[in-house]
Design a protein around this ligand. Structure first.
Ligand code: ZN
Length: 117
């Protein structure tokens, strides 16, 4: 629990971060957790470091901000991202794919919508 008595570890009970978890993530991260991505955390989706589909819990230690592009791209191409521990329960990802990191984004998928898998 945090200082306001909010439960920040939901385990496997819920897939999507709670409002309290979202506030806590935004307090811990300034931007999308992919290195070099400038999108403010306030505009990010809350992502699981260990994916929910792979059994990752919805606990604060496993959550961080990912912009819509990186959330989806890491889900689709996990091999392109290297996970780095930067502190206690804090993570960043280094994009290992194309060298022109933020130019040449692929166009949005017409029906590939997902949130925080
Ligand atoms: Zn991003």
């Amino acid at each position: 629990m945090d200082a306001e008595g909010q439960v920040l570890d939901m385990g496997r009970k819920v897939r999507l971060a709670t409002p309290a978890q979202r506030r806590a993530v935004i307090a811990r991260y300034a931007t999308c957790w992919v290195d070099g991505c400038p999108l403010p955390a306030t505009m990010c989706q809350i992502d699981h470091a260990d994916g929910w589909a792979q059994g990752g819990p919805t606990d604060l230690a496993n959550l961080g901000p990912a912009c819509q592009f990186h959330n989806r791209d890491r889900y689709r191409h996990p091999d392109r991202y290297q996970r780095n521990r930067t502190g206690k329960d804090r993570w960043t990802y280094t994009y290992l794919g194309r060298t022109s990191r933020f130019s040449g984004r692929p166009p949005p998928e017409p029906n590939g919508e997902h949130e925080d898998l």
